[in-house]
Each structure stands twice: as structure tokens, then as C-alpha cells.
Write a protein that binds this ligand. Structure first.
Ligand code: AMP
Length: 214
């Protein structure tokens, strides 16, 4: 028998907003993901299973074919690349913006600007495209802390309401990209498992269109 089709989901905020879409598409997990420590879940579809990952790992699993499809933020695709992947659907969820941010009234930086981010590649190419010399400092969380502690002059982060920035005396400065959650597909799997993948894409696309989930 053929192996099941595997969809890699991004845990956290994106997972919460993905589950209603999967339900409308007939792809609900058969167990409550929140109540389990498991990472692999069967769905109500006999040929499709789910795996729950960090967003930064979803493109890797799908690129290598360990998962056939993935649900991941565009920010992760911009940072980690989309080689070997198709991006057939914008799920329209977890919308936000990739921005630079900092103290609005700060003196201009002399020399290289220090930028803290987990989006190292995005930050590097943004400042390079503006002809600004930047030293990028890799962080894994709480980017807002870096300017407060004088680790960095600016940060590159995803911003939704901007409340977190404002609460820390900062403001969004430059817009880099609009972000939303995308469905991605392994290019080789798209050829070899075309029928079942097209079926899953169509079901998820109909679920987005139905508006039942929002
Ligand atoms: P905000 O609403 O701008 O205060 O965002 C709250 C926190 O959640 C910030 O630290 C953001 O980095 C993060 N955040 C906002 N929107 C998203 C999203 N769509 N995906 C992941 N993280 C987000």
C-alpha cells in the first residue's frame, strides 16, 4: 500500500487558525492535538496524516520530501528559501508584516547599524538593498528586548497590531513584506502523487472560499 500523504503544520498561532480550515476540508485530526504530546496525527481522511513542527522546520521537511505538503508563514519561506517547493495557496491566515523597528526618536547611527533578528537573511538583504551597512545579530526570540538592552539599534520582526513594540517604547519603521500563511508542496511529490495532492489542495481551497472558518 502507498504511504500516507503527510501535511506538515506550523505549531502555535498558525496551527490554531489552520485547524478550522482542515475541519472544513475534511482533514481534521482524529485526536485533540492540544491534549496530546504526540507529533504525528491521523486524520479523518484515510490517506492523509499530519505532523506538527516549528515553522522554521516546515520548509525543510517538505523540501526533503519527509512531508509532502506544508502550512507555513511566508516569513519562513522568505528566510529559509522556497527551492524545491510549489506555493499553490495563500490560506489568508495569521496575516502580519515583516518590518524594521526601533526607537522613533533615536539619533542616526554612525557607521554600521546593529540589527537583531531571527530573520538574518531577510534583514541582510533589506539593509543591503538600501545601501545601509548592517551588522546582523541572530536572536531566537524576544527581539524587542535587543534595542532596550543596547544590544542592537533596530530589529527586524513580524508585526501585527504593533502593541508589543509600543509597550516597549518602539515603533515600526520600514515595511519589508506582507506576510500570510501559505500551503507549500514538494515539487517531486506533486508529480508522483498528483491525484491525492490535487485533491487535498482543492479541498483546502474550497474551505478557504467557503468562509465557514472565519
Ligand atoms: P503585535 O500584535 O504586533 O504586538 O504582535 C505580538 C507578537 O506576536 C510580536 O512579538 C510579533 O512578533 C508576534 N506576531 C504577530 N503576528 C504574528 C504572526 N502572524 N505570526 C507569528 N508571530 C506573530
Amino acid at each position: 500500500m502507498n504511504q500516507k500523504l503527510t501535511i506538515a503544520l506550523t505549531k502555535g498561532r498558525i496551527l490554531k487558525e489552520t485547524l478550522p480550515l482542515l475541519r472544513a476540508a475534511g482533514l481534521s485530526p482524529v485526536e485533540d492535538i492540544d491534549m496530546s504530546r504526540k507529533l504525528l496525527f491521523e486524520t479523518e481522511h484515510p490517506d492523509i496524516r499530519l505532523v506538527i513542527l516549528r515553522g522554521s522546520d516546515v520548509p525543510t521537511y517538505v523540501r526533503h520530501g519527509a512531508a509532502d505538503l506544508g502550512v507555513v508563514g511566508k516569513d519562513m519561506l522568505l528566510e529559509f528559501g522556497a527551492d524545491g517547493l510549489y506555493e499553490p495557496l495563500d490560506l489568508g491566515i495569521a496575516r502580519c508584516r515583516l518590518m524594521t523597528a526601533g526607537f522613533p526618536d533615536r539619533e542616526p547611527v554612525q557607521g554600521r547599524i546593529r540589527v537583531a533578528s531571527k530573520f538574518v537573511h531577510v534583514a541582510q538583504s533589506h539593509y543591503a538593498s538600501r545601501g545601509v551597512q548592517a551588522e546582523i545579530i541572530k536572536l531566537y526570540g524576544a527581539m524587542e528586548l535587543a534595542p532596550l538592552m543596547d544590544l542592537a539599534d533596530e530589529i527586524v520582526d513580524v508585526v501585527d497590531t504593533g502593541n508589543t513594540l509600543r509597550a516597549n517604547g518602539m515603533a515600526p519603521l520600514e515595511h519589508i513584506a506582507d506576510i500570510s500563511t501559505r500551503l507549500i508542496v514538494n515539487k517531486a511529490a506533486m508529480r508522483t502523487r498528483h491525484g491525492v495532492i490535487e485533491g487535498a489542495i482543492a479541498a483546502i481551497s474550497d474551505a478557504i472560499g467557503s468562509g465557514e472558518t472565519r
